[in-house]
Design a protein around this ligand. Structure first.
Ligand SMILES: Nc1ncnc2c1ncn2[C@@H]1O[C@H](COP(=O)(O)OP(=O)(O)OP(=O)(O)O)[C@@H](O)[C@H]1O
Ligand SMILES: [Mg+2]
Length: 441
């Protein structure tokens, strides 16, 4: 767009060099336009060949449009400088430029490097329905085997997760976890790590349940409830103070306030908190004095009842002591470990089936590409492979449109082929439509 007058911020985003750049701006504010202009400037001013820039778009349509827009811009420049050989060369290079969706880019990586991993060159992409049927076949086989061998762990899971002997719920759970974990670069590691969080054994600080992540969540909620309760009671107490005939109710209010303030003091000591809540009463009780006709009396009564209910809810949240709470979590930990084994078994067998049939889906493509591009070293750190290094030498710049919709796998793929200072991303958190696919806006 040679005739556009760019804003100062846009200008900045178009020309800044030497670091990764993330442009976050609202819908229609010109993010894609800036990305395109930046690429054109790279070609024209920095003499970078178009096939040395990786442009990742969100849809195939967006990729074609991007190609169009770049071509238009190059032609306009050629009109101005008909003799410019560099520009003419770009038109040809554009044909093999990497302007595509992340999925097509992954497919490219696989096609060009399939010999690096154990994948057949004639693999094809299967549609969702075919994959779903295959998944169901695999899970069917596993369940049947487990039933026949009366597998104890399996039966524990059936017991825990299903009702009325309908095992669909467990099947769905396995499929759901399996799907969810795919958005992670290393799904099994991720699953292990998440489940290990529930291993409370030998965690000295967990002996006070307030210090556990779950305790923290509960405590935070209780704190809010208590603060709210105290505030409301205080306000009402101040209102009542104007009427001496309400003195006895003020006393009740004061007593409540002291109690709740005391509770608030104990939030960081789970067992004391539990003890106090266990013995908490709502005395003194309210006396319905007919002689007092002040309307505020009824209002105060109703407010106190409401607050009492909120406090009763708290009591339900803190109904076991630290030891019991931790042992419940440990019990869950053991069950989740069994569930994990089952998910991993499913994952392995599903993978085998796909290999037998030479099929993959988009998700597999990302994971296969990832496998080609990164490995874990002995310290468990993610390191780029030789193939990734070749890509990173090739691409002077990596430009990503609609960045808000990328997940951790895609992010890891693109990071592995970047030089650490040459990624240009544009996006808008508000437009994220792929949270359900574990995009991380
Ligand atoms: N500085 C500018 N002056 C005039 N028009 C502009 C300017 N910047 C962008 N535009 C125009 O605004 C329109 C929207 O731009 P663009 O598609 O790049 O926005 P976007 O931020 O990518 O939108 P989305 O959030 O929908 O992806 C385009 O027609 C573009 O040419
Ligand atoms: Mg855009």
């Amino acid at each position: 767009m040679p005739n556009v007058k760019w804003t100062e911020e846009q200008q900045n985003a178009i020309t800044k060099k030497g670091s990764n750049i993330l442009v976050a701006a609202a819908a229609g504010s010109g993010k894609t336009a800036v990305l395109v202009e930046r690429i054109i400037r790279k070609i024209i001013d920095d003499k970078i060949d178009i096939d040395r820039i990786l442009v990742v778009t969100f849809t195939n349509a967006a990729a074609s449009e991007m190609r169009e827009r770049i071509l238009d811009a190059i032609y306009k420049k050629i009109e101005e400088n008909p003799e410019d050989e560099n520009l003419q060369r770009q038109v040809i290079l554009l044909n093999k430029a990497s302007i595509s969706t992340i999925d097509s880019f992954c497919l490219d990586i696989i096609k060009n490097n399939f010999y690096e991993i154990d994948i057949s060159a004639n693999s094809r992409i299967a549609d969702e329905t075919e994959m779903l049927l295959l998944k169901q076949d695999v899970i069917e086989d596993i369940f049947e085997e487990k039933y026949i061998e009366n597998n104890k762990d399996f039966l524990t899971l059936i017991d825990t997760y299903t009702r009325y002997n309908r095992d669909e719920e467990l099947r769905d759970l396995i499929l759901k976890i399996h799907k969810y974990m795919q958005s992670n670069p290393f799904p099994e590691d991720w699953l292990n790590k998440k489940i290990e969080l529930l291993n409370t054994e030998n965690k000295e600080e967990y002996k006070n349940f307030s210090n556990t992540p779950w305790g923290q969540i509960i405590i935070e909620k209780i704190e809010k409830t208590l603060e709210n309760a105290i505030l409301k009671l205080e306000n009402m107490r101040i209102k009542m103070k104007r009427f001496p005939e309400l003195d006895k109710y003020i006393t009740i209010y004061q007593s409540d306030i002291v109690k709740y303030k005391n509770l608030k003091e104990k939030l960081n000591n789970w067992d004391e908190l539990e003890e106090i809540l266990l013995n908490l009463d709502f005395k003194p009780s309210w006396s319905a004095d007919k002689k007092i006709t002040n309307e505020l009396k009824d209002e105060a009564y109703l407010l106190r009842e409401k607050v009492k209910n909120d406090i009763k809810d708290i009591k339900e949240l803190v109904c076991v002591n630290s030891e019991e709470a931790n042992s419940n979590i440990m019990e869950m930990y053991h069950i989740l470990n069994k569930l994990k084994e089952l998910v991993i078994e499913f994952s392995k067998r599903f993978q085998e089936k796909k290999r037998e049939k030479n099929i993959m889906d988009f998700n597999d493509m990302e994971h296969i590409a990832l496998k080609i591009l990164v490995s874990k070293n002995e310290n468990g750190e993610i390191v780029p492979t030789e193939v990734a290094k070749r890509y990173s030498e090739k691409f002077e710049e990596i430009a990503i449109d609609e960045y808000q919709d990328s997940n951790l796998v895609q992010e890891t793929i693109l990071t592995s082929i970047s030089r650490g200072n040459n990624v240009f991303m544009v996006g808008d958190v508000k437009q994220s439509i792929y949270k359900f696919r574990q995009a991380r806006p």
